[in-house]
Ligand binder design. Structure first.
Ligand code: 5RP
Length: 230
């Protein structure tokens, strides 16, 4: 387990209060947080969670965290999630774990979103990490062409997309929502707001991994402490 990620996860626990409904993020950093949260629940903390992926639901159940049926959730107080890149304006790239649509639904519905990362995720300009875009499989080639055009028109340095495959190479990876992921090799995304808007206008695009104005707090884990940016 990475010490930096663990320090970020521990610092995030300070924000969790009795009675909260928590959005539970996906990825390795979020899973460290779930393990720590499980210890607190075992010690008497009363919270409930809404998972952002099937994998997170399994990990949370194993950790003893009570889960709510996502269809019945009426409020989410705080979401704790990881990210692939974070810039100075708290814009994010997410979706390395292919959970971006559900992650964004939950982050957007939350009163507060807390992002836990290690210091390698902090960047000047987004885009070195390939931007995940969740798309409907129907007319995939047409959508991929529109995504390419939108990336270049909105100022990205590149726009080449790759259809994400399963780890065992058996075919395209299918998300929890039944969609595909296009990983977009942008190199640099100088105007993330314009790129997010351009991609959102394409009907075949279900969601993009650009999280704009959603993160309220960034917790950056380092080897010996965690820095909280608000
Ligand atoms: C999953 C995500 C993850 O939060 C992101 O990929 C970071 O993962 P990790 O904590 O394993 O580096 O967006 O869709």
């Amino acid at each position: 387990m990475s010490v930096a990620k663990e320090n970020a996860a521990l610092a995030a626990l300070e924000f969790v209060k009795d009675g909260m409904v928590l959005g539970l993020g996906s990825g390795s950093t979020a899973e460290i947080f779930l393990e720590k949260l499980g210890d607190k629940v075992a010690g008497g903390l009363k919270v409930s969670g809404v998972p952002t992926s099937q994998r997170t639901a399994e990990v949370a159940r194993d950790a003893g965290i009570p889960l709510l049926n996502p269809d019945r959730v009426e409020r989410i107080d705080l979401t704790i999630d990881g990210a692939d890149e974070v810039d100075q304006a708290f814009h994010l790239i997410k979706g390395g774990g292919a959970c971006l649509l559900r992650e964004k639904i939950i982050a957007n519905a939350s009163k507060k979103m807390l992002v836990i990362v290690d210091d390698r995720k902090m960047v000047e300009t987004l885009g070195a990490f390939e931007l995940p875009v969740e798309v409907d499989p129907f007319c995939l080639g047409l959508t991929a062409q529109q995504v390419y055009d939108a990336l270049l028109k909105s100022g990205c340095k590149d726009g080449v997309t790759t259809l994400r495959q399963t780890k065992d190479g058996t075919g395209p990876l299918v998300t929890d929502g039944g969609h595909y992921i296009l990983d977009c090799h942008c190199r640099e995304i100088p105007d993330p707001v314009a790129t997010a808007r351009a991609l959102a206008a394409i009907p075949g695009v279900m969601e993009t991994g650009l999280f704009i104005d959603l993160a309220d707090v960034i917790i950056i884990g380092e080897v010996d402490h965690a820095k909280v940016l608000e």
